[in-house]
Design a protein around this ligand. Structure first.
Ligand code: GLC
Length: 810
């Protein structure tokens, strides 16, 4: 049962910090020490990344973990210095200081700034809690880590949370649950756990990943407390420090360690529609028709649990969905794909081959007494796959042929905390056993990884079943590193204005925790939406990396047209805008895939030196060119917006603002406050009903030139498949500079061998008070026009692979 929490005391009676240590061994990147019976290892994995491991039973260090994608690191140049008091490991970018008596570890970046320093008094160690309950005792001593809070240090990240962006002074519990309706600040932990704190200290960033897939708690100190706490139940102590100093550097290294977001299939960035449940084939067809008849772009419709036969996974309900293959191929003609839900619970049923095969092959979780572990979920009494076992993962993945063979395009992993019905909304008891593999484990030891392991099995299965297609896997539960298996949606929010607001800090912190491909249910899941809430939510949702409208059984209809006008039109315009922004969004996915940079990002990611951005959690950046500040209150057309340094143009009116500035924005329905950064090209597609309707032709580069210079990147590839990994992509840099009334736009040569199928690339330059004096392309007269009413210059460039230079004199 999810709990209403009270902050437990930081220091429990059984805690013993590690004392004096002596060096026992070292190699090119690591030192190994002994403190009592505990072996401690400090290693430089990369110039700005250190790992610390403490093993209380004196065993050889081991770092295998579901969080970690990269175990083998290239050699790194480390210089080691030793005195009888201290050992230092220095790289080109950072230093680890290891003081020996008592053992304390601290770090510094290249500027000498101290970060993630052990608290002098408490350091790191283990608790042998006298009050530990009967179950936690066999898990062994519990790791604890106390870090000094540096002056001015502020905490963010921590994955999927409730409340605001900044987590300073908060207590964070990492234990995946299916929380009761509400997701208010009274409930701490939700469906995924990413025990990663992201710190900003006077403009400089660092991060700490406390790698433990069991129950973890952080106390992210208030200023006067002076120290932060990181602890878990019974395990070795393993943590990683990312020295930054920029937010970019932290995320780049963090996602190198835990894995990068894969390139999505382009169709999965289109608008998506869901309901628990579209009950039969007729209803699915009707919803699809609704989108096309009303000219609202849509790419995906979801089938929730009612498509199955008695909720048995990998089956079809023959009454409601008699001809799924026909349904899906017809919908495909109309440009729709179908994604189906799959839950982990397998109905205990002698006549159901998925169950009997799993049982015969011994692939389910067990009780301590060696019986199959059973609990209830939608299908009634179920067994639960042991996803920690590689054989189970392979078997589960292969079972998806029942869905893919008839045309399902993607898989939605739900209830994978796992969520159980006895008692209501509980999760698996800690003493359930994952028997698989060579290394049986109690559930408590890997609980938070269960959802990630399920998603991993699905991604790997889909890759085997359709090796030429990019898998689309959506998950509710997971652990650090989940981004390499699946995208995440944030579960059962409510149709409340408060949850529309909370979507922003929630997605921003997920982005700071490596999960860039994420989204909340547009319109809210529980409860009834209304027209205004739904339309305002679409004004936010259109800018999410993942945009899906979803609502619960028994609630009011929530399709974009459910509340009539003016809401339907506002929703339509937002989805059209999303569709047009796909070249920009797709380019951001490429950037994220290569560097881990969040797609929907907090302002602090781009403007770390500006501390006003640290609390700006009701607005966000999409990439670096667009700033969005949605309306999150009913009956409101105005709101405060903070614009960071630089020059910003209001997308709807063209008004110019010079940041840093606090402004009052006017936002009538259908026009959320949206600002475009000067000189940064936003590539846009033509209007389309779905992503497959046509190519991006013409492709428009929207620009607001002003004195100064900036640049951006346009990325294109086939939109699916893996040829891009062999160089079949097209990446071009677009720079824009204005000096003395003369605007120069340069489009670089294409990197990569992909040739976009189009006739026309064009520039749309806004903010011209009068027709330009001259427009030249590569030194010659250009095909251009000027629209007086909107102050826009359009320049047609044809499509060429070589460098294009456009000169415009105002
Ligand atoms: C869970 C999911 C929700 C889904 C429902 C029925 O509550 O979070 O999205 O609609 O189960 O499957």
């Amino acid at each position: 049962m999810a709990e209403i929490f009270e902050n437990p005391p930081q220091i429990d009676a059984g805690y013993e910090p590690l004392g004096a240590a002596e060096l026992v061994d070292h190699d090119g990147r690591s030192v190994r020490l002994k403190a009592g019976s505990t072996i401690v290892e400090v290693s430089a994995l990369a110039p700005d990344l250190f790992r610390v491991g403490a093993f209380p039973d004196g065993s050889t260090p081991r770092y295998d973990s579901e969080a970690i994608a990269k175990q083998e690191w290239e050699p790194v140049k480390v210089s080691m210095e030793r005195s009888h008091k201290e050992i230092t490991l220095s790289t080109s970018a950072a230093t680890a200081h290891v003081s020996l008596d008592p053992l304390r570890v601290s770090f510094a970046d290249a500027s000498g700034r101290s970060l993630a320093a052990d608290d002098e008094e408490l350091g790191m160690g283990f608790s042998r809690r006298p009050d530990a309950d009967v179950f936690t005792q066999p898990l062994g001593p519990s790791p604890r880590l106390y870090k000094r809070r540096e002056e001015g240090e502020r905490y963010f990240g921590c994955g999927e949370r409730t409340s605001g962006l900044e987590k300073t002074g908060s207590y964070q519990i990492f234990w995946n649950v299916d929380p009761p309706l509400g997701h208010t600040a009274a409930f701490n932990n939700l469906y995924t756990s990413i025990p990663f704190s992201f710190s900003m200290t006077s403009g400089r960033a660092h991060g700490l990943l406390f790698d433990n897939p069991g129950r973890v708690e952080f106390d992210l100190a208030l200023e006067d407390e002076g120290r932060a706490y990181y602890g878990a139940e019974g395990a070795n102590l393993v943590y990683y420090v990312f020295c930054g100093p920029t937010p970019w550097a932290v995320l780049d290294r963090y996602t190198e360690l835990t894995g990068r977001t894969p390139m999505p299939p382009l169709w999965s960035l289109g608008n998506q529609q869901c309901r628990y449940s579209y009950i039969d084939e007729d209803e699915v067809r009707e919803v699809a028709r609704g989108f096309r008849e009303r000219d609202i772009p849509c790419d995906v419709i979801y089938l929730d649990i009612h498509y199955m036969d008695g909720y048995r996974v990998f089956t079809w309900n023959e009454e409601r969905f008699p001809e799924p293959e026909k349904l899906m191929s017809e919908l495909r003609e109309e440009g729709f794909r179908i994604v189906t839900i799959v839950d982990p619970g397998v109905k205990v049923d002698e006549n159901y081959p998925v169950y009997t095969e799993g049982r015969e092959r011994d692939l389910f979780c067990k009780t301590g007494a060696g019986e199959e572990y059973h609990n209830a979920v939608w299908p009634g009494i179920c067994a639960f796959p042991d996803f920690a076992n590689a054989e189970t993962r392979e078997w589960w993945g292969a079972n998806h042929s029942a869905l893919l063979d008839v045309g399902v395009a993607g898989i939605w992993c739900d209830m994978n905390e796992p969520s159980l019905f006895i008692p209501k909304q509980s999760t698996m008891p800690g003493d359930v056993v994952h028997p698989g593999g060579d290394d049986p484990k109690f559930h408590a030891q890997i609980h938070n990884a269960y959802g990630s392991l399920m998603a991993r099995s699905v991604r790997e299965g889909l890759l085997k079943l359709r090796p030429d297609e990019r898998p689309f896997v959506i998950t509710r539960a997971g652990y650090a590193g989940l981004q390499r298996h699946a995208m995440q949606w944030t579960g059962d929010n409510s149709s409340w204005w408060e949850h529309l607001w909370m979507s922003m800090p929630q997605l921003q912190n997920l982005g700071l925790s490596g999960v860039a491909w994420a989204g909340v249910d547009v319109g809210g899941f529980w409860g009834d939406a209304n027209g205004e809430l739904l339309a305002r939510w679409a004004e936010f949702g259109a800018f999410q990396p993942f945009c899906r409208n979803h609502t619960a059984i028994g609630t009011r209809r929530q399709e974009p047209w459910a509340f009539g006008e003016p809401y339907e039109s506002a929703y339509r315009e937002m989805m059209k805008l999303r569709q047009r922004l796909l070249p920009y969004l797709y380019s951001l996915f490429d950037e994220c895939h290569r560097t881990g940079a969040p797609i929907l990002r907090p302002l602090l990611f781009e403007y770390p030196e500006d501390e006003t951005t640290y609390t700006a959690d009701d607005e966000f950046l999409l990439g670096d060119a667009l700033l969005v500040a949605p309306i999150t209150r009913p009956g409101t057309e105005h709101r405060h917006v903070y614009l960071p340094r630089g020059c910003w143009f209001h997308y709807w009116t063209g008004e110019r603002f010079d940041g840093p500035a606090h402004i009052l924005a006017h936002a009538p329905l259908g026009q959320p406050p949206l600002y475009v950064k000067a000189n940064t090209a936003v590539p846009m597609a033509p209007d389309m009903a779905h992503t497959g309707e046509g190519t991006w032709d013409p492709l428009t580069l929207l620009l607001y030139p002003t004195a100064g210079a900036d640049e951006s990147v346009l990325y294109e590839d086939a939109g699916d498949g893996f040829d891009y990994e062999d160089g079949e992509y097209a990446r071009r840099t677009v720079s824009c500079e204005e000096a003395a009334g003369s605007v120069t736009v340069r489009i670089s040569e294409r990197l990569g061998s992909f040739v976009p199928q189009r006739q026309e690339l064009r520039l749309e330059l806004r903010g011209f008070g009068s027709a330009p004096e001259s427009v030249e392309v590569n030194g010659e007269g250009a095909d251009s026009s000027y629209d007086e009413e909107t102050g826009t210059v359009i320049v047609s460039l044809g499509e060429t692979e070589s460098v294009i230079t456009v000169e415009i004199v105002r």
